[in-house]
Design a protein around this ligand. Structure first.
Ligand code: NAP
Length: 256
């Protein structure tokens, strides 16, 4: 997290005492981010909600990693998560807001309760966790907040008005906090995945997946590791002059 002009490469030794909290790290993109940050030398706080076995198994693979359980749709649990991670592992240098769900429905049939669930799972925890972590980062005069958005927050997508609005809001939120927190040495950016092979996209019907493939110039789904590579870059020294930005990891799919 140097502010100087030294090498842009990630040096695992430099990050050895730094804590990175990844939310939704039990599966998919979050698990890949946790592993990649561990390889980059961070001490990783592996957050999960229900997939305890997976979170514990992941911690076995990452030296120094510790598991933390919380349902982030509960605001009090968000605050408790930050406090517990700091108490158990030390100040948080990197927060990756990754946990999220999708609920898809065309607008006439969309349920208001589902919209509340999406807001409370995808958006409000990003606000709360960033808020609670920012105080320690301000004291440290350094920190990285990396928010996982989505291509559909940028392009829109039929059937995803509820989900895409939470993701578009994450991008706008990130640009605002980047401007607020920049003078404290805190860098805030988004990684915006396209269609990535995880449990979330495995749930799509085959016909939908085939339709999506025709719109991806690279003609394949991305992998969680593709997204994790961008996260590790934003967490490292090579990104020290980048804030308020979005890295799109989508195989070139900027339309739907
Ligand atoms: P995934 O495989 O379905 O995993 C979702 C993760 O979020 C799990 O670790 C889950 O924890 C956690 N989670 C869900 N609800 C939670 C809650 N209420 N409190 C705490 N944790 C909760 O998802 P993914 O595909 O890796 O997606 C990860 C992120 O990338 C999401 O924000 C998603 O919107 C975004 N994204 C994904 C794609 C894609 O193509 N896959 C594309 C664009 C953006 P447990 O399993 O422990 O309950």
């Amino acid at each position: 997290m140097s502010q100087g002009t030294e090498t842009a490469e990630i040096n695992p030794a430099r990050h050895a005492s730094q804590v990175a909290l990844v939310t939704g790290a039990s599966r998919g993109i979050g698990a890949a981010c946790a592993q990649a940050l561990g390889r980059a030398g961070f001490k990783v706080a592996v957050h999960y909600r229900g997939s305890e076995d997976k979170a514990l198994a992941l911690c076995e693979k990452i030296p120094g990693a510790r598991p933390f359980k919380a349902d982030l749709s509960d605001a009090a649990a968000c605050q408790a998560l930050i406090k517990t991670v700091v108490a158990d592992m030390g100040p948080i240098a990197v927060l990756v807001n990754n946990a999220g769900i999708s609920i898809d429905q065309i607008l006439p049939f969309a349920k208001p309760d589902d919209f509340d669930t999406l807001l409370n799972t995808n958006l409000k925890p990003v606000f709360l966790l960033s808020k609670f972590v920012s105080k320690g980062m301000m004291r440290a005069k350094s920190g990285r907040i990396i928010n996982i958005a989505s291509v559909v927050g940028y392009t829109g997508n039929p059937g995803q008005s509820m989900y895409s609005s939470t993701k578009g809001a994450i991008t706008a939120f990130t640009k605002s906090i980047a401007q607020e927190l920049g003078s404290f040495g805190i860098l805030c950016n988004c990684v915006s995945p396209g269609f990535i092979k995880t449990d979330m996209t495995d749930a799509l019907p085959e016909a939908a997946k085939e339709g999506i493939l025709t719109k991806i110039p690279l003609k394949k789904l991305g992998t969680p590791e593709d997204v994790a590579a961008a996260v590790v870059f934003l967490a490292g020294d090579g990104a020290q002059y980048i804030t308020g930005s979005t890295i799109h990891v989508n195989g070139g799919m900027f339309t739907n």
